[in-house]
Design a protein around this ligand. Structure first.
Ligand code: 7TS
Length: 403
């Protein structure tokens, strides 16, 4: 049993006549009572716009919103909450950097380095900026064991032409944990910045942006037990201070006149318009929930789940696991010979088991693995070893149906 399970009301439901077994946590996580209550309070009681009212409600909403920013700064060990920008999610965080930093600093003939292991969110924004400015996207290949070929990364970086190296902390499709510090150091050695997509790391691994040494770090609230529509872009203040705004509007200016506009300091320069106030407050509550649960206790519990899932699925004839077992967190991805992953997903759903099937927005990875799609079971702190038994039984049943 998981000691955290009772905090999640969404888990307590019956799907297709079976108790829900929710193994689609890499897509989004369920929300604990503490997050639901924080969002509810922000909208029911403290409902007001932020940074613009002198009345009590607005002051309360602003205080809670800025408290959430400080909680997120603590959660990732940022040196200052000025470095924490609220965005819609990891996708928007990366697009913000690609536009604001990228359009200013990447020039014709420069290179941007991405990886074949990454989510489309950390690929497409870089392709777009390279098209805009006439730069070139270069790729770090992924090896069949699910890890990156860092020798090639080193080779490409050593040209000195790479402006930024963008890569994930943890792969959403395979669960591979990348050696972030080593990759950041490699980028810096050759004069490139490093952006880390932490969307799949933040629910599983303690994040210390100072220690990782990266220049930018992106995360999504809904993948770490927080609400959807909110996330964080962390950036080193020396970069943020020199970056132009991406979007213009209210709350991001110092002054506006007919002659022109001057902009607020970070983080407000990058938060045009009314922000997702309740979402940010809910995300702050999620970070406290995770801190109180303890990332080392979470990691210990989840390692049992991932290892048991990998071992029990590998025992089933016809099942092929993707990626390397030892460096994995949060997810296992597999295919069944002769069975389309979507059929596996549909049959598992009949057992009340929610998994994701498809390319997981990681088509370059699928191409490299030579498959169109996988079945992915991904785990949260509330999953149990009994649920892994049910997954194994469910997959055995699928194999039986197609035998
Ligand atoms: N980066 C990674 C590594 C992701 O896994 C995802 C979403 C994103 C970025 C985008 O996050 P968003 O919150 O901005 O949408 N990944 C998945 C997934 O694996 N299944 O559904 C969404």
């Amino acid at each position: 049993m998981s000691r955290w399970r009772a905090d999640f009301p969404g888990l307590d439901q019956v799907i297709n006549g079976k108790e829900l077994i929710y193994l689609d946590n890499a897509a989004t996580t369920q929300k604990p009572e503490a997050v639901l209550a924080a969002v509810d309070y922000a909208q029911r009681i403290d409902c007001s716009n932020v940074h613009r009212g002198v009345h009590a409600l607005s002051l309360r909403a602003t205080a809670s919103f800025e408290e959430a920013r400080r909680k997120m700064a603590r959660f990732i060990n940022a040196s200052s909450s000025e470095e924490v920008i609220f965005v819609r999610g990891a996708t928007e965080a990366i697009n913000l950097v690609a536009h604001s930093w990228g359009d200013t600093n990447i020039k014709r003939g420069d290179k941007v380095l991405v990886t074949e292991l990454d989510h489309h969110s950390n690929i497409v924004p870089w392709q777009l900026v390279c098209e805009r400015v006439g730069a070139q996207v270069e790729w770090v290949p992924v090896l069949m064991n699910g890890t990156l070929d860092l020798k090639v990364a080193h080779e490409i970086l050593s040209s000195g032409e790479v402006k930024i190296f963008a890569f994930g902390h943890v792969s959403n499709a395979l669960g591979t944990i990348n050696p972030v510090q080593e990759m950041v150091a490699m980028a810096h050695e050759f004069g490139a910045l490093a952006l880390v997509d932490g969307a799949q790391a933040s629910p599983h691994i303690a994040i210390d942006v100072e220690d990782l040494g990266a220049d930018f770090y992106a995360l999504s609230g809904h993948k770490m037990y927080g609400p959807s529509g909110i996330g964080v872009l962390w950036g080193k203040i020396e970069h943020l201070a020199g970056m132009p705004p991406w979007q213009g509007g209210g709350d991001m200016i110092r002054s506006v006149s007919i002659e022109g506009t001057t902009f607020a300091e970070p983080p407000f320069r990058f938060e045009a318009g009314t922000p997702n106030v309740a979402g940010a407050i809910g995300l702050g509550a999620a970070s406290v929930f995770i801190e109180e649960a303890g990332l080392s206790a979470i990691a210990e519990h989840e390692a049992l789940l991932v290892n048991k899932a990998a071992e029990s699925l590998a025992e089933i004839k016809g099942v092929r696991l993707m990626g390397e077992k030892s460096k994995r967190v949060g997810a296992v991805s597999f295919v069944i010979d002769g069975v389309h992953p979507h059929d596996v997903g549909t049959l598992l759903d009949q057992e009340g088991i929610a998994v994701r099937t498809g390319h997981h927005c990681a088509q370059p990875l699928m191409d490299r693995l030579g498959i169109p799609a996988t079945v992915r079971a991904s785990f949260g702190l509330y999953n149990t070893l009994e649920e892994i038994d049910s997954l194994q039984a469910g997959v055995e049943k699928v194999v039986g149906v197609f035998a």
